[in-house]
Design a protein around this ligand. Structure first.
Ligand code: PMP
Length: 438
């Protein structure tokens, strides 16, 4: 096949591949990771906060002393040892035996991302509708797009997903003769919005989904990263049926190990294992042993506290810098945990159009459009605070604010030439209500 170009393959692609394009985040990583750029893009945990020497020693011993099992194939569902530890971790947030959580119903996955992909493989036919918060996790959008499903966004406000908007979206989908299979939600410290679904709304959202016969996919990578008291208990701790709980060790330990899990309703668990075996045979025995050993013999609860403290300080630095530097008309969310702040720009500024100038000014963020399936979000950006240290965050926001001021000045001089497509935040299509995330 020498001499072929990418275009020669175009008419051979499967239909599901045709809409695949690089996410905004992916395209940005190359430039954003240059050392002179303050990157508020990405979502990397601050791995330097781990006791790396001790972790390294543990990893070495796993190979030298236990290599005959840790470097061998394993079983598709994941090791029982790890599934038991996962149940211990979930019980910290209220998902315990009382609500039917058992190692038998846990499936270990390659990060939270494979968990999402498995759920999509199990439930989505081309043309099915997925309801998801608007904005939502970019990696979930990629999975749903690959499954040829259609995402209908449901707006949020500062209290998370708006229950009335969910009811409205369910009714609209039904009226159009389509079938919504599930609600995909990140109720706690949402990526990218940083908001959390309130206690009261959790019950309402569950009731609405139950009445509509909608499954709930609860994605919870951030629930244990709370800064100001405990997060509300997960949806899964309130209902045992109809809720799939997905999580990962990527944010509480290390994403490099790629270990996540699904707690599935018992009836479905076997199908998930079969689907996972078809995809990956089994999750890495070595990575599973690393997480199991970490959870059984290292001070992981202390580490969680360390992560929380580091991120709380950085969240505070970001919020203070936004208050000090952002031009009038900018608003932002105030997360109580997780890794992200969602900012809404003054009327007329376009975060995507502004990106090259921001990079030239040595600051990076993710334009809001990456988090919607429909091109909405030009008036928004996601800002990450977990990775850069506080003083870099402050400098990044200072640079960003000056880029925004220049953009605004240019708009005033050149009118619409300086700027924007005119699409505003939260317009999920032409007629849906916009989120008020501020
Ligand atoms: N879900 C959400 C909401 C996420 O933010 C992420 C990671 N950024 C994932 C899933 C995927 O997690 P992992 O890195 O464990 O695959």
């Amino acid at each position: 096949m020498t001499g072929t170009t990418l275009d020669d393959y175009t008419d051979r692609y499967a239909r599901r591949v045709r809409g695949m394009t690089a996410s905004e985040i992916r395209a940005l990583f190359a430039v954003a990771s240059r050392p002179e750029v303050v990157s508020l893009a990405g979502g990397a945990p601050y791995i330097a906060a781990l006791p790396l020497d001790a972790v390294g020693e543990m990893l070495g011993r796993l190979a030298s002393e236990h290599g005959t099992s840790t470097l061998q194939y394993g079983i598709g569902q994941g090791t029982l040892d790890l599934r038991e530890r996962i149940c211990e971790v979930m019980s910290l947030s209220g998902i315990d035996v009382g609500c039917g959580a058992s190692p038998e119903d846990v499936v270990v996955t390659v990060g939270g991302q494979q968990a999402l992909d498995l759920v999509a493989r199990l439930f989505l036919d081309p043309g099915d509708v997925v309801l998801a918060e608007g904005p939502t996790y970019v990696g979930a959008l990629g999975v749903f797009q690959a499954a040829q499903a259609q995402v209908v966004h449901v707006p949020m406000d500062a209290d998370g997903l708006v229950p009335e908007a969910l009811e409205q979206a369910i009714a609209e989908v039904a009226r159009s003769g389509r079938r919504a299979k599930f609600l995909y939600t990140i109720p706690t410290f949402q990526n990218p919005a940083g908001v959390t679904l309130t206690e009261e709304r959790r019950e309402r959202v569950l009731d609405i989904c139950e009445r509509a016969g909608l499954l709930v996919i609860e994605d919870d990578p951030y629930g244990q990263l709370s800064f100001d008291g405990e997060a509300p208990a997960p949806l899964r701790s309130r209902r045992r049926d109809g809720v799939f709980y997905l999580s990962t060790f990527s944010k509480t330990f290390a994403p490099g190990l790629r270990v996540g899990w699904i707690l599935a309703p018992h009836a479905v668990r076997e199908k998930l294992v079969i689907a996972s075996e078809a995809q990956i045979l089994c999750p890495s025995a070595y990575a599973q042993a690393a997480v199991t050993t970490y959870l059984s013999s290292m001070p992981w609860r202390e580490q969680l506290k360390t992560y929380r403290e580091v991120y709380r300080e950085r969240r505070d630095a970001l919020l203070a810098a936004l208050t000090d530097y952002m031009p009038a008309g900018t608003t932002w969310t105030e997360p109580q945990g997780g890794l992200f702040v969602w900012a809404t720009l003054p009327e007329g500024l376009d975060s995507k159009a502004m990106m090259p100038r921001a990079i030239a000014a040595r600051v990076a963020y993710v334009p809001g459009t990456g988090f919607y399936a429909d091109g909405t979000g030009t008036g928004n950006m996601r800002l990450n605070f977990s990775f850069p240290p506080p003083e870099r965050i402050r400098e990044g926001v200072r640079r960003l604010a000056s880029v925004m001021e220049q953009e605004t000045a240019m708009r005033q001089v050149f009118g619409s030439l300086g700027a924007t497509s005119g699409r505003r935040r939260g317009q999920a299509g032409a007629d849906a209500p916009g989120p008020d995330l501020a």
